[in-house]
Design a protein around this ligand. Structure first.
Ligand code: SME
Length: 166
């Protein structure tokens, strides 16, 4: 897929996602449909969410093969993204120390943290989960994926994790 094709797909996907989740408040339903839409659009190997629960990441809605159900903070790509509060792009999973191999077919990966939204009672936002995408191709993810998937994460923050005015 060329950079132009990828960009075009994301530019079409973003408004579709925004329309899909508009006004929805059910966390699992929103996350399941977002994972499905991304997965179907790009044909990734695995697309899903891990959610911060009880001090660790627990497997949330996903598309693809079965995956590990718990990840400790700082462990693997997902735990590192949570700990750093940053997107991590891994061109070759074999070269990421501590990478958790849920599937031997996965060759590259991107993990994007999802924050809770503005809360006047809380001085700094915290990570509520991560969006994790795996590809069976090496170097599948780059700055374009990061840019658009961070926009997806922001949409999820706005939809699910931002306190609404009464
Ligand atoms: N590879 C991830 C674990 C989750 S699976 O890829 C679905 C990691 O290292 O955190």
């Amino acid at each position: 897929m060329t950079q132009t094709d990828k960009r075009t797909l994301y530019e079409q996907l973003l408004p579709q996602l925004a329309a899909l989740v508009d006004g929805e408040t059910e966390e699992m339903s929103v996350l399941a449909n977002v994972a499905s839409a991304i997965h179907e659009t790009f044909g990734f190997w695995w697309t899903g969410f891990y959610l911060v629960r009880h001090g660790e990441l627990r497997l949330g809605p996903f598309q693809g093969p079965t995956a590990c159900m718990r990840i400790a903070r700082g462990r693997g790509v997902c735990g590192a993204s949570w700990d750093r509060g940053q997107t991590i792009v891994v061109p070759d999973v074999k070269h990421f120390p501590g990478h958790i191999a849920c599937s031997s077919a996965s060759r590259s990966e991107i993990v994007v943290p999802i924050y809770n939204g503005a809360n006047p009672m809380q001085s700094c936002p915290s990570v509520v989960g991560v969006l994790d995408i795996d590809s069976q191709h090496p170097s599948a993810f780059d700055a374009t994926d990061q840019k658009f998937l961070e926009q997806v994460a922001a949409l999820i923050t706005q939809t699910l994790y931002t306190p609404k005015a009464p």
